[in-house]
Design a binder for this molecule. Structure first.
Ligand SMILES: [Zn+2]
Length: 237
């Protein structure tokens, strides 16, 4: 963990706000992923305290990921980047600026490049009574400067992760089990991707996903550096 005041030029600062919510900062740009703050018992900040955003990235439409996305994107006129159907939902619900994408596609934004990669999870969108926004959940590889951050989204262990071997510096990986990978599969995922650093997420928010991140650290072993963050803590890479 590093103090952001000591961030070296060119590095990306990654701050965990609990659950699957991370803020990435680089070169004056700020991106939030899966901003579930309101109603998140482990969040260290309220949505209103999030500094001005350039983009809101959404891996899927469940409430613990969609969260405060639309109000934050509206507040800052930040672009919502999401799988096509979810981006359309956000636009229809008032987000002023959306950029629909889909699995396998990449796009260069002013803040960096975003690529959508496969994730195995449920596609329903919270608040959609029609079912017409049901989408395919994704993970993101976000490249800012020369740092490549892989947020897996909510997912099972999948062999597709092997396609990212050698292409990721920091992996943000669920370990809470029940809805996503648990510790054993998450450690195997780290073995597939071979990042420099892994940060566990999607654990401890609710009793059903309570787990011990130190057990994850032991399971990863020598495969890579494990940074166990607490909500509000950052690392730079
Ligand atoms: Zn989730």
């Amino acid at each position: 963990m590093t103090d952001r005041l000591h961030q070296a030029p060119g590095m990306v600062t990654i701050t965990w706000h609990g659950h699957a919510c991370f803020v990435l900062e680089h070169g004056g740009a700020r991106v939030i992923i899966d901003p579930f703050l309101t109603g998140n018992p482990t969040a260290d900040i309220e949505a209103a305290e999030v500094p001005k955003l350039d983009a809101v990235l959404l891996t899927h439409g469940h409430g613990d990921h969609l969260g405060d996305a639309i109000p934050l994107a509206t507040r800052d006129s930040a672009v919502v980047v999401a799988p096509f159907e979810l981006a359309r939902f956000c636009a229809d619900r008032g987000a002023p600026n959306v950029h629909p994408m889909h699995i396998g596609g990449a796009h260069a934004f002013p803040f960096g490049t975003v690529k959508l990669v496969s994730a195995l999870h449920g596609g329903a969108v919270e608040g959609d009574e029609t079912g017409r926004y049901t989408t395919h959940p994704c993970g993101f590889v976000v490249t800012m400067g020369s740092t490549r951050v892989y947020h897996t989204g909510d997912t099972a262990l999948t062999l597709d992760m092997q396609l990212l071997e050698g292409r990721v510096d920091v992996m943000l990986c669920p370990i809470g089990d029940n809805y996503t990978m648990g510790i054993e599969d998450a450690a195997r995922a780290v073995g597939f991707v071979k990042p420099k650093i892994v940060v566990p997420m999607h654990w401890g928010t609710f009793p059903v996903i309570a787990t011990d991140p130190e057990e994850f650290r032991r399971a990863v072993g020598e495969r890579c550096r494990v940074e166990v963050l607490r909500p509000g803590q950052s690392l730079s890479c």
